[in-house]
Ligand binder design. Structure first.
Ligand SMILES: [Zn+2]
Length: 232
């Protein structure tokens, strides 16, 4: 197909708005400092009425604090759960209002996705929400200004045991243990994106936590992992 000059211009502008933003990604983090054997477990896509509470129970049983990147409109339907996550000592981050890919959002919608999610999460927990994980890991050029206005930092990950393809629990554990490194950020899902992902995760988590501890790792929230002062 041959694009006309207008369509080609629009395609180039869209590529700069999306792909171009990925190339620059100012202020985005994929890992913490490598100065200490610390790892952050992060859970995306909740809160889920069933799986988030089971994940919380498991983390409590193992004495692990983690970070939950919540979807705003799901959080609004489960405010008690949001408070419960926060009072259990976990960090709450934002995963946008509707989990819409930022590749499909213009600047206005981007501001709305980030602002609405921040509002419901910070009002519910009484805490500032300092971290944002873009749905699907996709960013656009408008996101950086919106995050600055809302006092948030974009957080990707350095290890993802299950992406869009289902991965058996044992392989998820192996992947995390093989790739573990000081300052790692592990991307997990406590609500269904991929079918039965949360169920597989709950099977994998105890071995993942135990294995990381045997390798000498401590668990930290994203805030702790990125707070350089806590490394002195
Ligand atoms: Zn997600």
């Amino acid at each position: 197909m041959i694009l006309g000059p207008l369509a080609a211009g629009a395609a180039a502008a869209w590529a700069a708005y999306t792909w171009g933003a990925h190339l620059v990604a100012p202020g985005c983090v994929r890992r913490g400092p490598a100065t200490r054997r610390r790892i952050a477990l992060t859970f995306d896509d909740g809160p889920d009425p069933v799986w988030t509470s089971r994940t919380l129970d498991l983390l409590e049983a193992h004495g692990v604090r983690a970070s939950f990147f919540l979807v705003g409109e799901r959080a609004e339907r489960a405010l008690e759960m949001v408070r419960h996550i926060a009072t259990a000592g976990h960090e709450i981050g934002s995963h946008g209002w509707s989990h819409r890919s930022l590749w499909l959002c213009g600047p206005g919608r981007t501001e709305d996705e980030i602002g609405r999610a921040r509002a419901v999460l910070s009002e519910t927990t009484g805490r500032s929400v300092r971290y944002f994980r873009p749905p699907w890991g996709m960013v656009n050029a408008a996101m950086f200004g919106a995050l600055r206005r809302h006092g948030q930092r974009c957080v990707f990950w350095s290890i993802q045991p299950e992406g869009l393809r289902a991965m058996p629990p044992t392989r998820q554990v192996d992947r995390v243990l093989d790739r573990a490194h000081p300052g790692a950020i592990v991307d997990l899902h406590d609500a269904e994106g991929v079918r039965d992902a949360s169920e597989r995760l709950l099977v994998a988590l105890p071995a993942m936590i135990g294995g990381l501890r045997r390798l000498g790792y401590e668990f930290a929230t994203i805030g702790e992992l990125l707070d350089y002062r806590s490394f002195t």
